[in-house]
Design a protein around this ligand. Sequence first.
Ligand code: GLY
Length: 353
Amino acid sequence: MSIQTIHVRTNPEYDVTIGPGLLGECGPRLKETVGLCHMAVVTDSNVAPLYLETVKSSLLEAGFKVSTYVFPAGESNKNFNTLSDILEFLAGEQLTRTDCVAALGGGVTGDMAGLAAALYLRGVKYVQLPTTLLAAVDSSVGGKTAIDLSAGKNLAGAFMQPSAVICDTSCLKTLPPHVFAGGAAEAIKTGILCGEKLFALFEADVLSTAPEVIISQCVTYKAGVVERDEKEQGERKLLNLGHTIGHAIEKCSNYQISHGRAVSVGTYIMTCAAENLGWTDGPISSRVCDCLRRNWLPTGLSYPPEKLAQAALSDKKRAGDSITIVVPRAIGHCELEKIHVSELEGIIRAGVE
Ligand code: GLY
C-alpha cells in the first residue's frame, strides 16, 4: 500500500501521513516537520512493549534527544493525577519551549499527552502517533485534548492542533478485536455523516479487508469539518453523533464500557429515535445496525433512559438548559437540534422502544 498524506489547514497546518511501517521511520519524518529537538514520548503500558523501542530508536537515529513516559493504560487513568505526573515528567526532563511531546497510542494517550503539551510552559508542540483504529480515524486529528472529571467525560481540555500525525497502519494488526471494534464505531459514525460513498464501504466490509482506505476517507472528511470549524462553534458538533448518549453510557459504567462500544450504542439509539419520531427521510436504522453488528459492536445496553438522561446532564455539549443533539435524517444528512434538557429522556426512550 502506498503512503497517503492528507493536509489539514488549521492553525497550525499539518499533515496526516497514513501507511504501513511508518513508526519505524518517524524520526526522519518528524525531523522534517518539527525539526530536531528534545522529544518526550508519552505512551501507555499496553503500547510501550509493542512500539516504544521502534519509535525511540528511529528518533535517536535521526538525532533527537528522547525521553519516555509510560502511564498505566485505561480510560480510568485519563485524569488529573496522570496529567499532573506527565507535566512533572516534562518539567523533570527540562523540556523547553522549542521541544515537543509525542503521543504514542490510542485516544486516551493522545487526549492526555496533547493536553499536557497545551499546558506545559503554556504550550509546546506535540505530534500524534496513533496506534488504534479509533485514534487513526478520529481522535488524533482535529486537536481536541482532554481529561475526564468525576462529573463526566472530557470535561477539562483544550483545542490544540498537533504539528503532525503519523499513522502506521501496521499497528492495526496487533489490536485486540474489541479495541479494533471500538474504532469501527467512530468510523461508522463518520460514514453516516459523510454519505453513501463512505457508508457503502462499511456495508461491503472494507474495514476488515482494507482499513487504510477507511482511515484515509474518514480523515479526509474530518479534516474538512475541522478546517471549517476548528473550535466547534457549529458544523464540528456533527462529529458528536451518538456521543451525548455514548458519554452517558461510559459514565454510568464507571468507564468500564469503552468509548467505542458506548458510541456504537449511542449512535444506534439516536438513529432509532430519529426514525421512530419521524425525523428521518426513510428507514436507515437497519443499515446502521447491520454495519455495527458486522463489526462486533453492541446496539443495546441495559441502562434505563432516565439514568442515561441524568448522566448526560453534565455533558459538555450542554449550554444552560439546552443541549444540542445530532439527528441523523439520512445517510449523509445529519442535523444539529437544540433541545431542552428535559426532552432528552423522551428521545432516548423513543430510541430504545
Ligand atoms: N471527536 C470529535 C471531534 O474531534 O470533534
